[in-house]
Write a protein that binds this ligand. Structure first.
Ligand SMILES: Cc1cc2nc3c(=O)[nH]c(=O)nc-3n(C[C@H](O)[C@H](O)[C@H](O)COP(=O)(O)OP(=O)(O)OC[C@H]3O[C@@H](n4cnc5c(N)ncnc54)[C@H](O)[C@@H]3O)c2cc1C
Length: 399
């Protein structure tokens, strides 16, 4: 892997080599493997196990809680390397994000209980914030966690929740005070939210698959909470102030999503160039010699390299412990550029492949939905641009 202008440590290189080693082993059966993941929703356990073995689930976890302390840049490199071979592992991103919430706001007891299991790769965690009528504006959510003594009782509905069928727990964002009450009382919109780690087998919790595309190997679900009992000890962070915890956890998610975009673009551009060098349409000249084929790919290569630098910069800023508001600037810029580049690169790779771009064997058309998703989720790029306009350029908020 070419890494220009960035000094990687031996540990970082070791992580990349370990992931590449796994990918080499997969390569002989690549077509069958892709088919299983993309068409049969096969969950790639071996990817998960390898990540655990390398110590990636403990990357953000301090050693005292069983972590490896490899840091977010290591995880970033791993996700990019997987994606550069057309593979992703979204539950790993969500598990890392949830671990982050625990690290930032968990009590000592909670950290001792959850973090070692996460670091070992024994716990798979999903994340549930979106509701049918509260996506971009998640403060409007209705799922309510009412407190009764030492227990919360959760009622409501979530939608588009990825991988909850494969997860042991799901980190649920719920209202601890109804939205209308918060507004009536003149409290900030961010007040009255709670984060709860809920067992996916809890009584009263059920889920139904949605008919979606976008994340290979994983489905999305409606989640229904029918008076689900959650012990108070599963609430992460101070009462009513879950939003503060959440904001801290969003940066790692955005950075890892950016890493996936950078890797997807690598996959598309490498394969497009290789195909173009072989394909001859007029005489003996490969289509790779036509500048109309070259230039769009070259332009995207420039974009991809810029996205990679922003992504590493964001991960490094996180590892250096910069304030979340500062990391957020790079994390959002990286997510924006990486997702736009990934989608354009896959689109261009399909064009370069001509009709073969639509033949499944070439494994490019299947990448279109995952690449496109990065522009919409976990946050749409309009909101990312809003963030940059408001926080970096100091422009007013319009919504
Ligand atoms: C495949 C997939 C997997 C997902 N996995 C999860 C998951 O695991 N957990 C989870 O909680 N959620 C998940 N989601 C949900 C996802 O995060 C939301 O769909 C996304 O945040 C957008 O919310 P929405 O669909 O309600 O869009 P809406 O809020 O209805 O917005 C629609 C569009 O309006 C525009 N828009 C909205 N507000 C503004 C604004 N202020 N300024 C400019 N433009 C604006 C944007 O273009 C936006 O795309 C997933 C979604 C998909 C498709």
């Amino acid at each position: 892997m070419k890494v220009l202008g960035f000094t990687l440590t031996d540990e970082h290189r070791m992580v990349v080599e370990a992931v590449e080693d796994l990918l080499r082993k997969i390569r002989p059966n690549r077509d069958a493997y892709f088919k299983a993941i993309f068409e049969d929703q096969y969950f790639p356990d071996e990817l998960w196990d390898k990540m655990a073995q390398i110590g990636l689930f403990g990357a953000l976890v301090p050693e005292e809680y069983g972590g490896t302390g490899l840091g977010l840049l290591a995880m970033t490199l791993a996700m990019e390397t997987f994606a550069s071979q057309g593979l992703g592992n979204v539950l790993a991103v969500l598990t890392t994000m949830d671990a982050m919430a625990l690290l930032r706001a968990g009590s000592e007891e909670q950290k001792r209980h959850w973090l070692p299991q996460i670091a070992e790769g024994k716990l798979r965690l999903a994340f549930a914030i979106t509701e049918p009528d509260a996506g971009t504006n998640s403060f409007k959510m209705r799922t309510l966690a009412r407190k009764e003594g030492n227990t919360y009782r959760v009622t409501g509905q979530k939608a588009w929740i990825t991988g909850v069928d494969r997860a042991d727990y799901v980190l649920v964002v719920a209202r601890t005070l109804p939205y209308d009450t918060v507004i009536e009382q003149g409290l900030p919109r961010t007040y009255g939210l709670g984060l709860f780690l809920i067992d996916t087998h809890a009584k009263g919790l059920s889920f139904r698959p949605m008919d979606t595309m976008g994340i290979e190997g994983y489905r999305q679900f409606f989640l229904f909470f029918d008076d689900v009992e959650v012990p108070e000890e599963n609430r992460i962070g101070p009462e009513h102030r879950g939003a503060e915890v959440l904001f801290d956890a969003l940066n790692p998610e955005r950075i890892l999503v950016a890493a996936m975009g950078v890797g997807m673009a690598e996959y598309a551009l490498t394969r497009a160039a290789a195909y173009a060098k072989e394909r001859r349409v007029f005489g003996d000249t490969p289509i790779a010699a036509y500048q109309a084929v070259q230039h769009p790919l070259a332009k995207l290569k420039v974009q991809q390299e810029a996205a990679r630098m922003l992504t590493y910069q964001a991960a490094e800023a996180f590892d250096r412990g910069l304030p979340p508001a500062e990391i957020g600037i790079y994390a959002n810029m990286a997510k924006y550029l990486a997702s736009e580049t990934a989608f354009e690169a896959v689109d261009r790779a399909i064009q370069t492949h001509g009709g073969n771009g639509f033949v499944k064997e070439y494994h490019m058309i299947q990448m279109l939905a995952p690449a496109r998703l990065l522009k919409t989720a976990p946050i749409n790029n309009e909101m990312v641009l809003n963030y940059i306009a408001e926080r970096v350029l100091g422009m007013p908020r319009s919504y």
